[in-house]
Design a protein around this ligand. Structure first.
Ligand SMILES: [Zn+2]
Length: 514
């Protein structure tokens, strides 16, 4: 396969095309012959959370708003119009409420039906969605889309590298690309790989082969960041594999460990035109991943909460960034736990910043009291009270974010030498300007910065001096060996002495499948 050539041509054509910066109406007139639509649902859910993700937690984009969104406006560069359907995305978190899922899916499918017939469909998914009372929600979404578009339409998908596949998902897809980096710095590139492949196959009338090798290993993202070994070397070989004749795309997925369901495993997935090469590469990746399973380690020093705070106090550098990893909202944690605040207050630690704790009642109380007011606050456990005791403290309000949206409210308060950002909704703190400077906070001036995160995103990693990962409680507890595991297939490390040999599944959609 002329993989390099077609990618180069596609990119050059896109750059040279007068359509690249044109609006969609021009695109619709100019491009004829291929009809492509896109949309999907993007969330990662911990089945260990006791609460649910509701409609108000999703950012739902439709129609032109979706076409113009910064994630997807790049699709306008293709020679064919990508017609927007609906895309629902939320911060990773608890399982999705069944009604919310059903309502979003019904609307998505209705919009899909209205655009038939289609030659191609692009599904930008996460791959670790968990819906209450349902296993394999991503597979359900993909299979329902297939039923609507029919057998002649090619479906491509992009997945987060923490997504998990299933036979149902594989049997209804023609091709798939997953992120190759964690932290995820190749989101746009992954979209491009998934869509280049779709457009190429439509142009060349190719019905590709997709080969999947499930790998019964589950690791938290914090032990499988591609910044560290063994993940670094495992993922580093994918671009070269991609360049092989007969390969259109090669992906390796860690899967998602905090979902107790049968499909939760790691995966190697290859799409292309030469089934033998695809199987060989999938088996090789799967075997290498299996062989490396005992090498996956945390990339930064870890300890329990008390150990991390003690160590931070002894260090003469700042800011020491402590990751409250069990309650990380970007991994599926609730983000409402006050366990670190309790420990900092108990130890009378000074000059610490906690960013942040999701607590709408406490946030509202600060807004009601106003800046410079001092008030009694009950912080923590507002979303999931199970095993999550609140902290009672007297706080002084020092900053209130100006916003018309009550869900976007953020209050900065100070109590006994500890500064806390309270937020009305669950949210991460990853970016200096967006998340700190906008609240008139300079995180580098604090001795200790606490973030609800696992591995650090690039901007926080850059200021961490150093980073310590606290192995705290929460819905994404890093002590995975002790997670209850009732529904998984036998998987390492839940079955420490598991015996296994790799095997491949060819998608039923492939010319050789079915
Ligand atoms: Zn991810």
């Amino acid at each position: 396969m002329r993989r390099r050539a077609f990618l180069k041509n596609a990119s050059l054509a896109a750059l040279a095309s007068p359509l690249a910066s044109s609006g969609p109406s021009v695109l619709c007139r100019a491009a004829e012959g291929k009809r492509i639509a896109f949309g999907g649902m993007h969330i990662e859910c911990s089945s260990y959370s006791h609460i649910l993700t509701h409609m108000e937690d999703f950012r739902v984009l439709r129609g032109q708003q979706l076409a113009d969104d910064s994630f997807f406006s790049m699709l306008k560069k293709y020679p064919y119009p990508f017609q927007p359907l609906l895309h629902a995305r939320a911060v990773p978190g608890p399982p999705v409420e069944r009604k919310t899922y059903n309502d979003l899916q019904d609307e998505f499918l209705a919009r899909l039906r209205a655009l038939l017939p289609l030659d191609g469909l692009y599904l930008p998914m996460h791959g670790a969605m968990y819906v209450e009372g349902m296993w394999d929600a991503d597979g359900d979404w993909i299979a329902a889309a297939r039923e609507v578009v029919g057998k002649d339409c090619l479906i491509t998908a992009s997945f987060d590298l923490h997504g998990s596949l299933s036979r149902r998902a594989v049997n209804n897809l023609d091709m798939l690309s997953a992120y190759r980096t964690a932290p995820h710095i190749d989101v746009e590139e992954t979209t491009r790989r998934a869509c280049d492949m779709l457009v190429h196959c439509l142009d060349e009338h190719i019905r590709p082969t997709m080969v999947w090798a499930p790998i019964p290993v589950l690791m938290p993202g914090e032990r499988s960041s591609t910044r560290y070994e063994p993940a670094h070397r495992l993922w580093a070989q994918l671009p070269a594999m991609n360049a092989d004749p007969g390969v259109l795309d090669a992906s390796l997925l860690v899967g998602y460990v905090w979902a107790d369901e049968p499909r939760a495993t790691a995966s190697a997935v290859l799409t292309g035109t030469n089934p033998e090469v695809l199987k060989k590469d999938a088996l090789s990746l799967a075997q290498q991943y299996w062989d490396a399973r005992k090498e996956f380690k945390f990339g930064v020093p870890t300890g329990n909460l008390a150990e991390c705070i003690e160590r931070a106090e002894r260090l003469t550098t700042k800011p020491v960034v402590i990751s409250d990893s069990g309650d990380n909202p970007t991994g599926g944690g609730n983000g409402d736990r006050a366990q670190v605040l309790a420990e900092l207050l108990r130890r009378k630690v000074q000059n610490a910043l906690i960013a942040g704790i999701a607590d709408r009642p406490a946030t509202e109380a600060c807004y009601k009291a106003g800046v410079r007011a001092t008030l009694p606050l009950r912080i923590g456990g507002s979303l999931d009270p199970v095993g999550n005791p609140p902290v009672n403290a007297t706080g002084k309000v020092i900053f209130l974010a100006g916003t018309d949206n009550p869900l976007e409210r953020q209050a900065v308060m100070e109590t006994a030498g500890v500064t806390v950002v309270l937020t009305a909704r669950r949210r991460p703190f990853h970016q200096i300007q967006r998340d700190f400077t906008s609240l008139e906070l300079d995180p580098t001036t604090f001795k200790i910065l606490v973030v609800k995160a696992g591995y650090l995103e690039p901007e926080i990693a850059k200021i961490a001096n150093p980073n310590l990962m606290a192995l705290t409680d929460g819905a994404v507890n890093q002590d995975i060996e002790h997670l209850s595991s009732q529904h998984r297939v036998p998987t390492y490390p839940f079955v420490p002495d598991l015996q296994w040999k790799p095997m491949t599944v060819v998608s039923a959609r492939s010319p050789q499948g079915g």
